[in-house]
Design a protein around this ligand. Structure first.
Ligand SMILES: Cc1ncc(COP(=O)(O)O)c(C=O)c1O
Length: 291
């Protein structure tokens, strides 16, 4: 999260605009706003049972104040995963309008057709102005450690260094040591996490689809199911009722584009019954869906 905030501060000034694709994890827009930057949402289209990028709409949102495009792929919460062609088209747009791209590819390894998800790394060239923000939170389950990183072109290096120096002055040494250990010894752990997320995705989505009351899709990437429940017009109220009645926690998406949808995180949320909670990657949670 701090990488996102620092990256915004590095490439914008108060009064600028940043364009992002929605539905989106709400923290990006909030983080831009507290930096005095106006976050402009461009909705993905839900067509033919899939989330799709509308490039014309994306370009239409760009004006003289726009400084950067924020692209989260695979996406929280929709699971939309940009294809290489999508990434090339976004990059072309950014080049033509002299914009930065902030690439949040934190879920790149949670890509269910195998291998890492398509990345700006695959299509960029020297000189492209792309800041990659990333984190130890997801792959290594180190959310509480608050360790992340930014990959930036040399021209942004000094600014970022200053921003870090004058905020936290850096990650505490013992946390850095933990992160290095994760990099050196964590591959099997990451692989197991991804396998668990794939199992969770299938269990969760199959159970939801089997209710015949839910419109959803198996996400191509990331660790969330984003859904629309038949007859539900107030997703906040529905999420509260569901947690009260079944103990299953859903998160309401605050964005207007899909205000009647809820999302839940199959890899990280749990169904709670009194003091016990069960990870969603286990068939033991299926009774929760039946409720
Ligand atoms: C898309 C996305 N980016 C960034 C983050 C930030 O993660 P953290 O602050 O734990 O590093 C999250 C967390 O949920 C996320 O979903």
């Amino acid at each position: 999260m701090q990488a996102i905030k620092l990256a915004i501060e590095a490439i914008t000034s108060p009064g600028d605009e940043m364009v992002y694709l929605s539905p989106a994890w709400p923290n990006f827009a909030a983080s831009a706003a507290i930096s005095g930057v106006h976050p402009v949402a461009v909705p993905l289209q839900f067509e033919d049972g899939r989330w799709q990028l509308d490039l014309d709409r994306l370009e239409g949102a760009i004006n003289a104040k726009t400084r950067a495009l924020f692209v989260n792929t695979p996406s929280n919460p929709t699971g939309w995963t940009a294809s290489l062609d999508d990434l090339r088209a976004i990059l072309d747009l950014a080049r033509r309008h002299a914009l930065w791209i902030m690439a949040d590819e934190i879920y790149a390894l949670y890509h269910y057709s195998g291998g890492r998800a398509p990345s700006f790394l695959d299509v960029m060239q020297d000189g492209d102005r792309i800041l990659f923000v990333n984190s130890f939170s997801k792959n290594w389950s180190m959310t509480g450690w608050r360790v992340g990183w930014i990959v930036a072109p040399p021209e942004a290096g000094q600014v970022l260094e200053n921003l870090i120096q004058y905020s936290t002055s850096g990650v505490a040494q013992f946390m850095q040591a933990g992160a290095v250990a994760a990099l050196d010894h964590g591959d099997a752990f990451v692989a197991a996490n991804i396998a668990k997320a794939a199992l969770s995705r299938d269990l969760l989505c199959d159970a939801l689809i089997a209710t015949n009351r839910v419109e959803t899709l198996k996400p191509d990437g990331a660790i969330y199911a984003f859904l629309k429940i038949d007859g539900v017009t107030d997703s906040r109220r529905a999420a509260l009722e569901i947690v009260d009645q079944t103990g299953l926690a859903l998160r309401r998406e605050p964005l207007s584009a899909m205000a009647d949808r809820c999302s839940c995180a199959p890899a990280s949320c749990a169904i709670r019954s009194r003091s016990r909670s069960r990870p969603i990657g286990s068939p033991a949670i299926l009774p929760g869906f039946e409720r």
